[in-house]
Design a protein around this ligand. Structure first.
Ligand SMILES: O=C([O-])CC(=O)C(=O)O
Ligand SMILES: [Mg+2]
Length: 389
């Protein structure tokens, strides 16, 4: 078998929202199709991938470096031992040939996007859900199809008042979520507190709020917020300072006893390892949000999970950023603590297969081959236009 083509298209996922650092008025993503010559149900198997929100489409890197490397490689060098399927680790090594270490910037997003499509193809060729394949190859053999999800929103919308914020959050509760997230750091502390209290005022017992500063704060501000946020029983306090400022994160732990979360902007195992070594994160309560779609894909994420294990961290402390089905499959296959979800944003790319309902903040993954994109009609329509044209 061989890869016949790799196609990329850059799509808008823009909206007028902003967090403490960026607005999303020009946000895009790359959608990738990896076309193989393997025939299933009378059609070539095509794997699909896309990158998460927050970084932009990676078309030029994919077209200039990663696509040609794969297509120019000897087809057999990309296969597993059976010779009947791709080996994602070999494809990854091929993409990363002649790439120096460090400086993980945008290329990790390009590689992560192609890697997602490779895993989708591999699981489809095996005729299994990706979560099943992962549980068999790297997990305990049995996936856990019920995955915790929380609703991320609470962005700064133009003109949104407190009532509109409450309505937004109520909408998530009505759809079955028990944990909701809102942004902080995009206004004054006093305004943020009004917004936090507005949300808390509508949360029933058993439901929780997480807050996300998107790396905006210096140490002084992060600590100021920590002191005030300590009065609430928050689900977590996320990305207070710059993602690479491990000393800030470590110092913050001296001022905030509740759970903290970070990692969505760490794009390699090595960066994640530095967070674990130097960031003062606490394995008994904190959360790790590394997102494979931004950070060299699942091949690298497997290395990150191994690194975590060596440092005494359970995969159940990981709740990835990004709200995509790839991380849902990894969560189900390898026992992560859950996944992010953006019920009202970044469509059609985020979310779940059609008909999957959130109940008590849990989704149950259906048995679809691959990652499961074909189960979401609006998403699959976009994918099919690229991959089956
Ligand atoms: O607003 C963003 O860039 C997304 C984000 O931080 C998250 O989902 O945690
Ligand atoms: Mg975040």
């Amino acid at each position: 078998m061989r890869i016949v083509d790799i196609r990329e298209v850059t799509r808008p996922i823009s909206s007028p929202i902003r967090n403490a650092y960026i607005d999303f008025s020009k946000m895009t993503l790359s959608l990738v199709a990896v076309v193989t010559d393997v025939i299933r149900d009378g059609k070539p198997v095509v794997g699909y991938g896309f990158n998460s929100n927050g970084r932009y489409g990676q078309g030029s890197l994919i077209r200039e470096r990663f696509r040609p490397r794969i297509l120019e490689a000897a087809p057999d060098s990309l296969l597993d031992e059976s010779g009947n399927n791709l080996d994602p680790h070999q494809v990854w090594a091929c993409m990363m040939s002649n790439e120096k270490p460090g400086g993980h910037g945008e290329r990790s997003v390009a590689v992560g996007t192609v890697d997602m499509a490779i895993w989708d193809a591999v699981a489809k060729i095996e005729g299994k859900p990706l979560y099943q394949l992962l549980a068999e190859r790297y997990g305990n053999g049995t996936p856990k199809r019920e995955v915790f999800v929380y609703a991320a929103g609470g962005y700064y919308w133009p003109g949104q008042d407190l009532q509109a914020l409450k309505n937004e959050m109520q909408g998530y509760l009505d759809r079955g979520y028990k944990v909701v997230k809102k942004k902080i750091g995009g206004g004054s502390l006093a305004d943020d507190l009004k917004r936090i209290e507005a949300v808390l005022s509508i949360l029933p017992a058993g439901c929780k709020l997480a807050v996300d500063a998107n790396g905006r704060f210096d140490l002084k501000t992060a600590v100021e917020y920590a002191k005030v946020l300590s009065q609430y029983d928050l689900f977590w306090y996320e990305e207070a300072g710059d993602p690479l400022d491990y000393a800030l994160q470590a110092e913050l732990a001296n001022h905030y006893q509740g759970p903290m979360a970070t990692g969505e902007n760490l794009f390699s195992m090595q960066d994640a390892r530095n967070l674990i070594r130097y960031g003062g994160m606490r394995a008994d309560r904190d959360w790790l949000q590394f997102d494979c779609a931004l950070s060299y894909g699942l091949v690298e994420y497997l290395r990150t999970l191994d690194m975590l294990k060596e440092h005494g961290w359970s995969p159940s402390r990981c709740i990835p950023h990004g709200g995509h089905q790839m991380s849902l499959a990894i969560a189900a296959g390898l026992g992560l603590g859950g996944n992010e979800s953006y019920p009202d944003l970044f469509q059609p790319f985020g979310g779940f297969p059609d008909g999957v309902q959130v109940k008590d903040s849990i989704v149950t993954l259906p048995e679809l081959p691959g990652i499961g994109f074909e189960g979401k009609a609006d998403l699959y329509a976009e994918m099919k236009a690229l991959g089956e044209a």
